[in-house]
Design a protein around this ligand. Structure first.
Ligand code: NIG
Ligand code: FE
Length: 405
């Protein structure tokens, strides 16, 4: 079944080669536009409403702005338990050092498969209600062979973008035997993970006793690469460190956080802009009272930048890409257009994908509507639930400005 979506006041296609679009800010903007999609979200046609072809059905979005669905390229959604008190303590001055992860590991190990499945699905639904479609999901709160295998298997039920994060922290039972834990991660755990995961990630952070040094992180990433997984890195979150340059050296698809960058880190990321994306997670700076990195300086240096939520119980329990965009504009110096690019095509690039984050014939991004006339409202109206994934199976009145009769 094909659907013609009409009544699009502003369409941000993110397609930089679309004829007739306004490319001034890199959004490929059309006004009074229409899109034809099929039930698998594949885009069949894009252009001015006046030239739209016929389709099996029609959906009018009442003058709203439409964007490609957000790509949330960094989340940790498979967990149980609550760490709101840790957040409250941080707001009165306690620093984040990764130690609270063990609280979530204990609660997650206690939970049944079905409890974790329900929690995961609720979180994914919450994201879709805020305009996200493709979501990356990491393991990392099991930290046993069975616990990691289970998290990855559950994640695979909701996404293809599954990441093995056995190298999240050294669990307390291995605190005096770090080498043995690295052997476990790179041996039996990785052996169980490779069936479900596309990516491997590691928390490389010399400023946390719980996380991994540059050399430990290298060992884990090289083992993952040898097992056929793509590479991602949590780097430079708590202070300057080796994460960014290790990610660039190993041609990782993404290095995430990038809170504390040196000039050499920025130069390395700029030189690797075709290979390694800098994924910024401003919800983490918000929730840990950390300084925000200068995203504008990264863009100006030629770095490929992505934005993601990092939705997790410790450093940012927000599932909202619009919130992330508003923070990136207000606190990190991005223009609204740069932030939207980072949350769509930028995040898609960090997953090495060109079929999402863009409304182009043949792509399958999912369409997100904004209860607003333009994308500018994402940052202009923070905290207001403007964005949602267009559900073509839902009753049309949900997407129309017409009052119900
Ligand atoms: O991306 N920094 C490492 N991992 C997560 C936080 C995990 C937690 O505190 O539960 C992050 O910030
Ligand atoms: Fe993370």
């Amino acid at each position: 079944m094909t659907t013609l979506v009409t009544g699009i006041g502003e369409l941000a296609t993110l397609d930089d080669s679309l004829d007739g679009a306004d490319h001034d800010e890199g959004l490929g903007l059309l006004h009074d536009a229409a899109v034809v999609v099929d039930d698998a979200d594949e885009v069949l046609w894009v252009g001015p409403a006046s030239a739209a072809p016929a389709a099996d059905r029609r959906r009018d979005v009442g003058g709203r702005a439409v964007i490609p669905a957000f790509v949330d390229s960094h989340t940790h959604l498979v967990f149980a338990g609550d760490r709101s008190r840790e957040f409250a303590a941080r707001m009165t001055g306690t620093a984040y050092d990764g130690g609270g992860i063990s609280t979530t590991v204990a609660a997650t190990r206690e939970a049944s498969d079905e409890e974790l499945r329900v929690l995961l699905r609720e979180r994914v639904d919450e994201m879709r209600r805020q305009g996200s479609n493709v979501i990356e999901v990491k393991s990392g709160y099991g930290l046993t062979v069975d616990g990691e295998e289970r998290a990855l298997r559950l994640a695979r039920e909701v996404t293809d973008e599954v990441t093995f994060l056995g190298g999240h922290v050294v669990p307390v039972e291995f605190a005096s035997r770090r080498d043995e834990f690295v052997d476990l991660v790179t041996g039996p755990m990785l052996g169980a993970a490779r069936e479900h995961a596309r990516w491997i990630d590691v928390f490389c952070e010399p400023h946390s006793a719980h996380a991994f040094t540059g050399e430990e992180a290298r060992t884990i990433l090289e083992a993952g690469r040898a097992a056929g997984l793509g590479l991602r890195v949590h780097g430079n979150q708590l202070g300057p460190g080796p994460g960014v340059r290790l990610a660039v050296e190993l041609a990782a698809a993404s290095v995430d956080h990038c809170t504390h960058l040196t000039v050499a880190d920025v130069d390395a990321l700029a030189a690797a802009s075709e290979t390694t994306v800098a994924t910024l997670l401003p919800g983490v700076e918000f929730s840990t009272r950390s300084p925000y990195p200068d995203a504008r300086a990264l863009v100006d240096a030629g770095v490929t930048v992505a934005l993601a939520t990092d939705c997790n119980p410790g450093t940012c329990y927000s599932s909202s890409m619009p919130f992330v965009i508003a923070l990136a504009v207000r606190e990190m110096g991005l223009t609204p257009a740069q932030a939207l690019r980072a949350a769509t095509v930028g995040a898609a690039a960090s997953l090495r994908r060109s079929d999402i984050g863009v409304i182009r014939v043949g792509a399958q991004p999912g369409l997100t509507t904004l209860d607003a006339p333009s994308h500018l409202h994402l940052a202009y109206r923070p905290g207001v639930p403007l964005a949602r994934l267009l559900d073509l199976s839902a009753p049309p009145l949900l997407d129309s400005r017409e009052p119900p009769t």
